[in-house]
Design a binder for this molecule. Structure first.
Ligand SMILES: Nc1ncnc2c1ncn2[C@@H]1O[C@H](COP(=O)(O)OP(=O)(O)O)[C@@H](O)[C@H]1O
Ligand SMILES: [Mg+2]
Length: 245
């Protein structure tokens, strides 16, 4: 199987107030095409930094990364990638529909095709009538839904979602899970970060656990966690073991 995401020995050092802080300490990752991978780890473990490098927003200080077969040092195929940032921000004066129209046009969608795509997505993310309202009036859950629809407007092969369930109530979280399930059914590659372990476990084929800038575990949930065991104690042990090391 081909890898949609691959990194080898990825490192990132920030310079902060004259000091060098190594936040990624050699990350080896592999996400196969058509699979859902949960990227887990406590706050500050480096998840967003990895995603930003994959998307070309940040340049790594060491190691290599490929997205859909292209080295991130070259121009990656943006039209094949969808991205939901950790805190999606939109123009408050646009309606949800207007935002999706704008995003669709960037990817060359026009006329009927754009309208159909927009309507499908509004339905898929459960925004429905709210899509006609201004984004400035949206709740956190609605912002996440419109952000998700925007990330999917170009029908991407790879979807990178940074904490898609962050700050959502249980119902909205369940909806996000359903959207991820739908994308999985469509054979998209999904790379999503989370610290909701029990949730992530339900919708991923594969998980990667990051702690303190290092991968401390990687594999299928059922391979990592024994029969009848839960992910949470495993996760705590994995990150604890690294902390103790
Ligand atoms: N621009 C920056 N300058 C200095 N340190 C940063 C910068 N961005 C992130 N960091 C640090 O890098 C670490 C990893 O952050 P991040 O990738 O956002 O983690 P996560 O997404 O897992 O919460 C954190 O300790 C954070 O404080
Ligand atoms: Mg983050």
């Amino acid at each position: 199987m081909a890898a949609a995401i691959e990194t080898i020995g990825l490192t990132m050092t920030y310079r902060h107030r004259g000091q060098f802080v190594e936040v990624l300490k050699g990350i080896d990752l592999r996400v196969e095409e058509g699979t859902a991978c949960a990227f887990l780890g406590p706050n500050g473990s480096g998840k967003t930094t990895v995603m930003h490098i994959l998307l070309g927003f940040l340049k790594q200080t060491g190691g290599e990364a490929w997205v859909l077969g292209t080295n991130v040092k070259q121009a990656i195929e943006r039209q094949r990638i969808g991205y939901l940032p950790e805190r999606p921000q939109s123009y408050p004066f646009l309606t949800g529909n207007e935002l999706l129209d704008m995003a669709g046009r960037i990817f060359g969608l026009r006329g009927r095709k754009l309208k159909e795509r927009r309507q499908d997505l509004v339905e898929m993310v459960g925004l429905n009538d709210a899509a006609r309202r201004r984004i400035g009036t949206y709740s956190r859950g609605m912002l996440q839904r419109i952000g998700m629809a925007q990330a999917l407007i170009n029908d991407p092969d790879l979807v990178i979602l940074d904490e898609p369930t962050g700050g959502l109530d249980p119902v909205a979280r369940l909806d996000v899970r359903c959207i991820i399930e739908t994308l999985r059914g469509l054979k998209k590659t999904i790379f999503f970060s989370s610290h909701e372990l029990s949730e992530a476990e339900l919708v991923c084929d594969h998980l990667v656990i990051l702690a303190n800038g290092r991968v401390v575990a990687q594999g299928a949930a059922e391979e990592l966690v024994g029969d009848g065991e839960r992910l949470e104690p495993y996760f705590l042990k994995a990150i604890g073991a690294r902390r103790a090391a």
